[in-house]
Design a protein around this ligand. Structure first.
Ligand code: TYD
Ligand code: MG
Length: 470
């Protein structure tokens, strides 16, 4: 008798669905319910949810499931052709994805509403569908009429794109089982809901569950998925941030200072390099690729002014010319302000300290504003030399030659260190008509670059000596 009861209990245990306790506010999960979320500090936000694998029993993996790891293999025996890529037909988009869309991968496209996520995806899948690759566009936000009108206005071929207006992930997977597309667009993941998850639609745990449900489906059936995720201005919805560990690739579409331009950036990429940038211009006919982004960021004023210097950044796999500006003014009262836009505040403070100690120029009583023109964020140290140069230019109120550009890292002892990809940076600047390069001596090329005079410097002092002489 006891034995039978034990067997019954074991059986009922194995049927029990797995649950998790997830915070609606920040997406943190816990083994049991708590009144307060230890991660974000909110009260009463932890909800019990059923986990996706139980629901996925409804959609068993197809026979050719690539992710079946139960068999031990030699690394050399793994079939490499599984990392097949599909081109989106938009080279800037492919570049950010690491050379096209990997079959069975999940890509999250984040951005503020109106950034152009839906437009970009519609243009990409129109190109893909035109090559007879089946795609399904699931819209939970806009009506099918609205999307059809947009496709019509953008003159995209619409006969090969399948559309579905649906917000339930289970129902979407049912449809996927029927029509078996190779690519799926979910616009947007915030409006999707997983029926097995009890929290309110749009909550973080719903978004997370929906995303992991679709991701499992994608992996098991080798479907590539694009998910659209909105980021609100104040980042109040943690959606895309909690999603980043579920997806393979996360790209962000953002506006630049000039409202026409958009920058696509890879924040996470399992199949390519992060930090890669793609540039687009939004006009009446949708998003157009910008083939020469340096020109887009180098709209310099006609009359040269002090406090403006050009540098060559390295963004992902290519150089990018940007202008850096500085304004140094007397501080009338209180503590002088140090404001950096597009630059790291701490880096600026460090450069000012080096300038004071090794360049003999103290700015302790000045207010300093530094800005990267165009809304680009500089994250590498190669802009150090340019930042210092434009601060000195503003401090002295003297113009730096418009034909000059600067790159190089500044060490704490006032030494100028070489940076990676020096030659490619020089070539790009020369191509854009710059004639004078102030760079680390170690980056000076062995062969002459036509039209370019190289000023190789090893210390901050050497740079300051030639700053207004070139
Ligand atoms: P959309 O793709 O709907 O943005 P998202 O999906 O990221 O919310 O793009 C919306 C903006 O783009 C909207 O402000 C209008 C503008 N737009 C154009 O300027 N030209 C166009 O051809 C299209 C389709 C949109
Ligand atoms: Mg949209």
């Amino acid at each position: 008798m006891l034995k039978i009861r034990l067997i019954q209990r074991i059986l009922s245990m194995s049927k029990k669905t797995k649950t998790a306790f997830v915070c609606d506010q920040c997406g943190a999960d816990y083994p049991r319910w708590n009144g307060q979320c230890a991660s974000c500090g909110e009260w009463n936000t932890i909800k019990e949810i059923r986990l996706a694998p139980a629901a996925l029993e409804k959609h068993p993996p197809s026979s050719g499931y690539a992710g079946n790891h139960s068999e031990v293999k030699r690394l050399s025996d793994v079939n490499l052709s599984q990392a097949e890529r599909i081109s989106s037909g938009i080279s800037e988009f492919d570049r950010v994805l690491g050379g096209g869309i990997v079959r069975g991968s999940v890509v999250l496209i984040g951005g503020a509403p109106g950034a152009g996520k839906s437009t970009l995806l519609l243009q990409a899948i129109a190109n893909i569908a035109a090559r007879d690759i089946s795609v399904l566009y699931v819209s939970g936000e806009e009506s099918l009429q609205q999307i059809a009108e947009r496709a019509n206005r953008l003159k995209l071929p619409a006969d090969k794109i399948f559309m579905l207006a649906e917000t339930s992930v289970e129902r979407i997977c049912d449809v996927l089982n029927d029509i078996a597309p190779q690519m799926l667009v979910i616009d947007s993941i915030q409006v999707m809901y997983a029926p097995h998850c009890e929290s309110a639609a749009g909550s973080v745990s719903q978004v997370r569950e929906s995303a992991s449900y679709l991701t499992q489906y994608a992996k098991q059936h080798n479907v590539s998925i694009f998910m659209v995720g909105h980021v609100t201005k104040d980042h109040s919805l943690a959606g895309p941030m909690t999603l980043s560990h579920i997806v393979d690739t996360q790209v962000m579409l953002a506006s630049t200072d000039d409202a026409r331009y958009r920058v696509l950036r890879a924040d996470k990429n399992r199949f390519g390099s992060v930090g890669e940038l793609g540039f687009f211009a939004m006009d009446g006919a949708g998003l157009k690729e910008v083939k020469n982004p340096s020109a887009m960021f180098l709209n310099r004023a006609e009359t040269p002014s002090s406090g403006s210097v050009v540098t060559v950044l390295w963004e992902g796999t290519r150089p990018l010319l940007v202008e850096i500006q500085a304004l140094v003014t007397d501080c009338q009262y209180g503590n002088p302000r140090r404001l950096a836009v597009g630059l790291d505040q701490n880096r600026l403070a460090m450069l000012l300290a080096v300038l004071s100690r090794h360049g003999g120029l103290s700015t302790a009583s000045d207010e300093i504003y530094a800005n990267v023109v165009g809304g680009i964020r500089v994250s590498e140290t190669s802009s150090d030399l340019a930042i210092v140069a434009c601060i000195v230019s503003s401090l002295r109120n003297k113009v730096v030659s418009q034909e000059a550009f600067f790159f190089g890292e500044l060490g704490l002892n006032g030494e100028i260190r070489p940076v990676a990809n020096g030659h490619a940076r020089l070539n790009d600047a020369a191509k854009h008509g710059f004639k004078k390069a102030v760079i680390p001596k170690a980056n000076a090329p062995k062969n002459v670059i036509p039209g370019l005079t190289i000023y190789g410097v090893t210390t901050l002092m050497e740079m300051l000596d030639i700053l207004f002489e070139i």
